[in-house]
Structure formats: C-alpha cells, structure tokens
Design a protein around this ligand. Structure first.
Ligand SMILES: [Zn+2]
Length: 253
C-alpha cells in the first residue's frame, strides 16, 4: 500500500482499502478500521472456514425474467442467460465436492432481491454467492473481474453507484465482514487465472441489496464485461463458462 491511495495489493491481488493511508509525523499510518477489517482477516489466512461438513451454498444467478441484466455488445443475448448457465455448471461441480447446492432460480424467472435473501434464509445456507456479468456500455474498453462484499460499518465504500452510502449503517451481513473478505479473495484469485488476470479488484459496496441482509458469508462476482467485445465473446462460449465454474469450485474446495 502507499500513502494517499486506497489501492493496495495483497499477494498479487488488487484490494481496496476503506481509507487511503496517510503519512503522519514521517510515519505511514493505516486507518484502524482497515487494520481490523482488511489486514487482520488477510493475515489470519485465506480459507473460508466452513462451519460443518457438507455445508449448504446458495448460488444466485443474477437477474431473470423481465429483468434481463446487461446486454451483450455482440447481439441480443443477455446477462440473465449467462449467469444461469454459470450457476448450473458451478452447482454440479460443487455438489460433486460435497456441498449441498441450491440455486435461487433454475429457469428464466423474475425474482426480487428480497426473495433471494429469503430463499437463503429458509434453507439455512452457510454461504451465498451471487453471479453477474458487467457492463460499461457505451464504453467498450472496460474489461475484467470485480468481486464485491458488503462494506464494514464505519468505512466508506469503494463504489456507491448513486446509493446514499452512509458509513454508520450496520446490516445483518456485517457480522461476517472477515469471512466475506476471505471468501471474496479466494474466489477472485481463482477466477483471475482463467480471465487473463484482468483484475479490477476486490471491492466493497453497500448498494448491493442481495448482500446486506444475508446472515451468512456472502459475495457477488461480476465475472467480466458484456460491453467489451473480447470478453463478451469469451462469456458467450460455453467452454469459457465451464472454466469460470471450475475456478470457483476449486476455490471452494
Ligand atoms: Zn447483474
């Protein structure tokens, strides 16, 4: 990390601090919340500690039904189709590895964020993983992987997207700040190995409604940009989506 920048690198991974480190009296200083909520979880190790054998994971394919999500720059194909296929592929791999796997939707269905949370709650899920693809249209240059977890209380978010980001807010999912970050890094690291190391960082946000109310470690992956022709072409390839699924499954072994 360096003074004046919220960007930091951990073992080759791009992570975002809540506060830029400052020089004070000639000493580099890190905010106490970054020490507690970023550095400590990292130093304690990267593994998502599972509470029991055969843990239950809820995989959430983003969007569905009327809500198509992002449109591919290559034509009339949408995020909702690709997230569902990625989720299905990942689900069967995780089931083979001993996870109890549930998908919030298994067809082209409209599902509210509240219902996605209620589903995980009803099935007492041990982990929650929401799958998305990104868009920066009409900009077709932006590309790469972003992995999100909920911002710890007291910290500003990496990204707010117009949401009134009040650092004082505390959500149920904040009970899992440390596990969220470890979960995010574990999956992010594995996915970078298949996406050509296009790293847009592990980020923290409060505006992602599907994460806030979760009573379990929860992350959201933006697996690439459908607005970038090169990435859109890869995402449209079933063999590439299989690689994305294999990477996440390996990260959760
Ligand atoms: Zn999405």
């Amino acid at each position: 990390m360096r003074p004046g920048s919220p960007s930091a690198y951990w073992d080759g991974l791009d992570i975002r601090l809540g506060f830029a480190p400052q020089m004070m009296n000639g000493q580099p200083c890190l905010h106490a919340l970054d020490l507690k909520k970023t550095l400590e979880p990292l130093l304690k190790g990267l593994s998502l500690s599972c509470l029991k054998t055969n843990p239950t994971i809820v995989i959430d394919p983003g969007h569905g039904g009327q809500d198509s999500g992002a449109k591919s720059v290559l034509g009339s194909r949408y995020e909702k189709e690709f997230t569902l296929d990625w989720a299905r592929r990942l689900g069967s791999l995780l089931a083979t590895n001993g996870w109890q796997v549930l998908l919030t939707r298994t067809s082209d269905l409209d599902l509210s964020l509240t219902n996605r949370i209620a589903f995980a709650e009803a099935h007492k899920a041990d982990a929650f993983l929401s799958l998305h693809f990104n868009s920066s249209a009409p900009n077709d240059q932006q590309a790469g992987l972003e992995t999100y977890c909920l911002t710890p209380t007291g910290m500003p978010s990496t990204i707010t997207r117009g949401y009134n980001d009040d650092p004082a807010l505390a959500f149920p999912n904040n009970a899992f700040d440390a596990q969220n970050l470890r979960f995010a890094l574990q999956v992010h690291r594995a996915l970078l190995q298949v996406n050509g190391r296009l790293d847009r960082g592990v980020r923290r946000a409060r505006y992602l409604g599907v994460l806030r109310g979760q009573n379990r470690p929860a992350i959201l992956i933006e697996g690439g940009y459908l607005s970038n022709p090169r990435e859109a072409r890869r995402i449209a390839d079933p063999a590439y989506r299989q690689k994305l699924a294999e990477a996440v499954a390996k990260a959760l072994e």
